[in-house]
Design a protein around this ligand. Sequence first.
Ligand SMILES: NC(=O)c1ccc[n+]([C@@H]2O[C@H](COP(=O)([O-])OP(=O)(O)OC[C@H]3O[C@@H](n4cnc5c(N)ncnc54)[C@H](O)[C@@H]3O)[C@@H](O)[C@H]2O)c1
Length: 433
Amino acid sequence: MKSELLKKIEDKSFVVGVIGLGYVGLPLLLTYVEKGFKAIGFDIDPKKPEYLAKGETYIKHIPSDRIAKAMATGKMTATNDFSRLKECDGVLIAVPTPLNANREPDMTYIVSSAEAIVPHMRKGQIFVLESSTYPGTTDEVMVPILERSGLKLERDFYAAFSPEREDPNNPDFHTANIPKVVGATSPDGLAVADKLYAQIIVKTVPVSSTRVAESAKLLENIFRSVNIALVNELKVAFMKMGIDVWEVIEAAKTKPFGFMPFYPGPGLGGHCIPIDPFYLTWKAREYGATTKFIELAGEINTSMPDFVVTRCMEALNEAGKPLKGSKVLLLGLAYKANIDDLRESPTFHLFEKLEDRGAIVHYNDPYIPVIPPTREHKRFMGRTSHEITNDFDLHVVATGHDVYKTYDFKNITAPIVDTRNIVKKSGGLVVKA
Ligand SMILES: NC(=O)c1ccc[n+]([C@@H]2O[C@H](COP(=O)([O-])OP(=O)(O)OC[C@H]3O[C@@H](n4cnc5c(N)ncnc54)[C@H](O)[C@@H]3O)[C@@H](O)[C@H]2O)c1
């Protein structure tokens, strides 16, 4: 099985399947096609294959012409028909891994995609999980479901885990030039998975097991979460001392070794940093291990929207106004600058907290003209981006979009609460938060 798969990869007759055509899966699919492989994308959302068939994008930073070009090669297909998994020699799975209502890992997407594979498995395939998850998911969750097909791991199919490191809209790093960690359940599986990724990626990093690969991804995200919590804590402390934390960071980062800058903000956002650390916390409990750093970082980071709301009240107070009944404009709904991704965005928490205290809240975001349906923030669905005008009592900069960095706030006379340190001059009071 190993030599046959390696040979197919070498002569590019290897057919790649990608399950889950979102922020991670779609670039993977495109990159394989661009490298000359036949690739089939699978998604349960019927709209995604329709868009792709028309050569159109549904993710802002992936341009339509890249999709149209890939479709024109005749090597790319996207479908809801999972029976076509039979055609694939390798299947990469990039489905969501959120937390459930109790903030525990929600495995339903991984489980349902593995279950969708089972009826269409054949001998001689490799299945690689890409979703961020706790150590043990590949061999404890995915493999037992796949073996319900009657096929046996290592004898009939291989399993591997390779975490995704996409940084959406980063001009310097994309699928092809970010080194990729790869772990498998056997040396043969590793040889195949490693070779498969080596076709599209500048450098693969083979590790001894799927668990090491799963853990490496969690370490990367926990590292960010803990360091962001640290600067958020320092922000609050320094503010009380009359010291600007952003200026402190700029000074500290001139140290050419042993320091890496992290920046404070209104809270964590995105699909990874607010969620992944708790995958480890949950799993560690099974082994009687505590993860105090992770819990503490989570506590500090989730308290940030409350801190910002307090700063809003202080800013309005300076203008002699109560929060209740004040008109507030939130600048930026996306969780990070210059993208349209609003998953886990802390702006939603500001929106809720300010509205719940009686403020009349609107948002502005050039990347999100209308708020689409989301799993958690249904009450905001359908609201539309409001232009930046002077008839608000308060403006809150929540996302560091470039358009705000270059915006002339001199005409804005109401107070501005700036959580991103980007407002240099305004017509009124600027309060950092
Ligand atoms: N977005 C990022 O920058 C990023 C970075 C690193 C890791 N990750 C991880 O990658 C995984 C995927 O994230 P994403 O951002 O691409 O998510 P996404 O929500 O953008 O895309 C997931 C896709 O999977 C589809 N899907 C859900 N269940 C399915 C099923 N059973 N069968 C087929 N398709 C199904 C959805 O319709 C959606 O199109 C997550 O585990 C995430 O934590 C994401």
